[in-house]
Ligand binder design. Sequence first.
Ligand code: AOF
Ligand code: ZN
Length: 374
Amino acid sequence: MSRSTDPEQEALDRRFMAAALRLSRRNLGRTSTNPSVGTIIVRDDGAGPMIVGTGVTAIGGRPHAETEALAEAGELARGATAYVTLEPCAHHGRTPPCAEALAVAGIRRVVGAASDPDPRVSGKGYAILREAGVEVTERVLAADASDQLAGYLMRSLRKRPEVTLKMALSSDGKIGARGEGQVPITGEVARREVHLMRAEADAILIGIGTALEDDPELTVRLPGLENRSPARIVLDSDIRLPPHARLVSGIGRVPLYVAANLEADVQKRLELERRGVRFIGTEVHDGRIALPELLDDLAALGMSSIIVEGGAAVARSFLDEGLVDRIMLFHGPGEVGAQGIDAPIGTDRIPPGFRKLREMRFDQDGFAEWVRTV
Ligand code: AOF
Ligand code: ZN
């Protein structure tokens, strides 16, 4: 029986690939425009498999995961198997291609998950390995890898970031109450999960309504992850953001982008710019920012994944234009009441073309996630 049809080997391959995927999560949101890749090098000298090297794409995108794992393995890489969550690169960057480095180090077998759409790499990474006599097994846990690399894949293939719509709904289907600032809907465990999601994204986006109403910070406030806050983006066509907003005072630590009609209020824009706000000029039609063009601009700034966090009007615009790729809904047990703002979406009101990926609980709150299938 050949290795690739050996069920024991297949189970082992899935186990180590799952470990490589967990490892690569460590730098999600910190390697843009590069994807965060994981590599695990495993050898078996007869006493069972042993991990001899691990690597994850470094902050900023270089060195690549394979470089780090090979450095750790040293001579032990000879004859070993490398598990890589993305096809190893085939192009010369600051270092030789990873595919070449794996072969030169004497890796005997490479197990890959996702293929790389980058035209410099696509198919060529695996080809280099095979030509060098390395056995290659592709597409192990490919769906999981593609899900984790969704932002990178979206930016490479569609030249825009992956858009996640995140909302918290009360039991009566509200997302907040007008004129009451931030209304607690979910509990502490769900809050922590949201902060972890933020840490893995490149940016969080809200509308000016939410910025004025809630005066949020939109940062990651989890012990040990305080420096993992992604950029913040406010849709504010008329430049209504007050200079004393908490979003502005946090600029020293985390960038703030305002998407606006640059001529709407030049004085105000200059004042905000003096405080470090970065403006993105956008087309405005009927008072609404042209979202596809904005997403192009965000991709050009290097962003691969953004989370849309509010409010209802912004969520509806992204949904109406078919620009939502992933939906994450939290459900709190309490009611907001008649003065509440209706959610534009609900568990029983998911637009067509989405598939439920997972469902779970965070303490007293429910959670479900859907991804676009087309
Ligand atoms: C790998 N291992 O860990 C990552 C890869 O700008 P460069 O030279 O760093 O190349 C960026 C490309 O490298 C990126 O588009 C993707 O194709 C690949 N990313 N490849 O072998 C890694 N992060
Ligand atoms: Zn590489």
